[in-house]
Write a protein that binds this ligand. Structure first.
Ligand SMILES: Nc1ncnc2c1ncn2[C@@H]1O[C@H](COP(=O)(O)OP(=O)(O)OP(=O)(O)O)[C@@H](O)[C@H]1O
Length: 275
């Protein structure tokens, strides 16, 4: 299942107290953000630290409301979190006293409408999808970081969200585990067709995963460029896509855009005094 997401004229401001004059100032985190994400698309979001990537994700998740502008999922205004949109954070936030399957079942309990046996069956199904079929009865402390993140992804997928929102989900993992999970996530996306919005600091990760990469500029955060990524994945698991000329081309393209975005960053920009 998948869903189309639209942001139009989105602005997000925060009230912050200045260290110097102790007055409240309006901090413009996002300004005039327009973005249309097609149903079933895998889009990655990169930008300088503090440019508003997580703010965009929070808004799409419905965890916060914009100061101005409009966000919709399949044409319906996003006003609150919903089971159609699921978030995976960098920290796995698993319940330590529950097994891997128990953690997934917990999400299904919150959703309601399923018997205990149905929840167990669904939990085993999604754990299998993320390669953890043999670890269903392990507790989080018995799992590696990569496995814990797989459980978190399984938990998010368990209730069939149309949109998966991922905020640097692999940021805390070692390079090898990260690459493996990136490949697995592509496999899951191809199988399920879920719309995926994925935030990362890592240019390689953005290029490897995204059909499109949205590059943000800082202060206030805006979409600076949208880059279509064209990688030949037909060679299967034995082809090292990251070493192909197309990959290097896209990597350099995004590196250049980010370089420009970083140059424009200044601490004074984006802050205006309130009353
Ligand atoms: N609740 C808040 N109150 C005040 N300022 C905030 C709040 N939330 C975010 N900000 C500010 O808005 C800006 C954007 O924050 P956000 O976390 O979205 O950036 P980011 O691009 O995800 O950063 P990073 O890449 O470092 O994780 C930052 O300057 C941050 O300090």
């Amino acid at each position: 299942m998948s869903s189309r997401i639209e942001l139009s004229g989105v602005r997000q401001t925060f009230q912050v107290r200045s260290d110097t004059d102790k007055q409240l100032h309006e901090f413009v985190a996002l300004d005039d953000v327009d973005l249309t994400i097609a149903a079933g698309e895998f889009i990655t979001l990169v930008g300088p630290s503090g440019c508003g990537k997580s703010t965009v994700l929070d808004l799409v998740a419905g965890l916060t409301r914009p100061t101005a502008g409009r966000l919709t999922a399949d044409g319906v205004e996003i006003t609150r979190p919903g089971l159609d949109r699921s978030v995976v954070f960098q920290q796995y936030t698993l319940l330590p006293w529950r097994t891997a399957a128990g953690n997934v079942e917990f999400a299904l309990e919150a959703k309601g409408g399923m018997s205990r046996a149905e929840r167990r069956e669904r939990a085993l199904e999604v754990l299998d999808l993320v390669g953890l079929a043999d670890f269903a009865d392990r507790h989080p402390h018995e799992l590696s970081g990569g496995m814990k993140q797989r459980v978190a992804i399984a938990r998010s997928l368990s209730y069939d969200p149309q949109v998966l929102l991922m905020d640097e989900p692999f940021g805390a993992l070692d390079a090898q585990t990260r690459e493996r999970l990136q490949e697995e996530l592509i496999g899951i996306w191809k199988r399920l067709g879920t719309t995926i919005v994925f935030i990362t600091h890592d240019i390689d990760e953005a290029v490897f995963l995204g059909q499109r990469v949205a590059v943000m500029s800082a202060r206030p955060g805006r979409i600076k460029a949208l880059v279509d990524v064209d990688l030949d994945r037909s060679g299967g698991a034995d082809v090292d896509i990251r070493s192909t000329p197309q990959f290097a081309h896209h990597r350099h393209e995004i590196w250049t855009l980010l370089r420009q975005a970083n140059r424009r960053t200044s601490t004074a920009e984006g802050v205006t005094k309130v009353a």
